[in-house]
Design a protein. Structure first.
Length: 231
């Protein structure tokens, strides 16, 4: 499994590289936004991304946005900016977790593996090391084919419903405000999804996923938004 590390501090970057390689990971590194974007353009394969926020020529948010255009790989931010504004911004750009510096390498590894488990079972990968399957209640989400199954039968989701499902999966266990969801769910045709329409999409998704008050896969958090429960 390959980890993509974007960090401008050479000491931290090298320390992460050594520690991750000792755990059996392959590591790609970049120290600037330009270098990171170039690796993305070359379509370098990676399965987890660790992003610093402040970079000499930009920031990690732009890199995360670029990754999210084509991939749903887990993204964790590593940053000294430990405040609510930066945390919310990171999550709004599609991040899965946010770890403040200084951090312990064992904590980082544990949280990285926890994020992988949200995307699948075990270490979150198939035999090739690519995250491929996520379980949501009795439903199985095949990320590589964008298909959802329950009891062996395919559940047909619209493009918007599937996009909404991925947002919940990426942020499993976390409360998402309605505005956070809306900021990430622009219609492919460019039409904005409004607050009322979002309620309809959530209702339809719950129905198709056989979500009920009893199993509570996607819970409404009154006054705040929604949360997809962890397994």
């Amino acid at each position: 499994m390959t980890v993509f590390v974007v960090e401008d501090d050479d000491i931290i970057s090298e320390g992460l590289k050594i520690s991750l390689e000792q755990e059996g990971y392959r590591v790609l590194t970049a120290s600037t936004q330009a270098d990171a974007m170039e690796l993305l353009r070359k379509k370098e394969e990676f399965h987890v991304c660790l992003l610093d926020v402040m970079l000499p020529d930009g920031n990690g948010y732009e890199i995360c946005k670029e990754i999210r255009k084509t991939s749903d790989v887990p993204v964790l931010f590593l940053t000294a900016c430990d405040d609510e504004v930066h945390t919310v911004l990171a999550l709004e750009q599609g991040a899965d977790d946010y770890i403040a510096k200084p951090f312990r390498i064992r904590e980082l590894l544990a949280r990285m593996k926890a994020v992988l488990r949200r995307y699948g079972k075990g270490d979150g990968s198939d035999n090739s090391g690519v995250v491929s399957t996520v379980t949501v209640g009795e439903n199985r989400v095949e990320l590589q084919t964008a298909k959802v199954y329950r009891n062996g039968e395919e559940i047909i989701l619209t493009a918007m419903e599937y996009k909404l499902l991925l947002i919940f999966i990426r942020n499993r266990g976390q409360i998402l405000t309605r505005q956070q969801i809306l900021n990430n769910i622009w219609d492919e045709g460019g039409d904005f999804v409004n607050d009322n329409t979002l309620s309809v999409y959530v209702k339809r998704l719950r129905k198709k996923m056989d979500d009920s008050e009893e199993n509570g896969l996607i819970r409404t958090v009154r006054g705040l938004g929604y949360r997809m429960e962890k397994e």
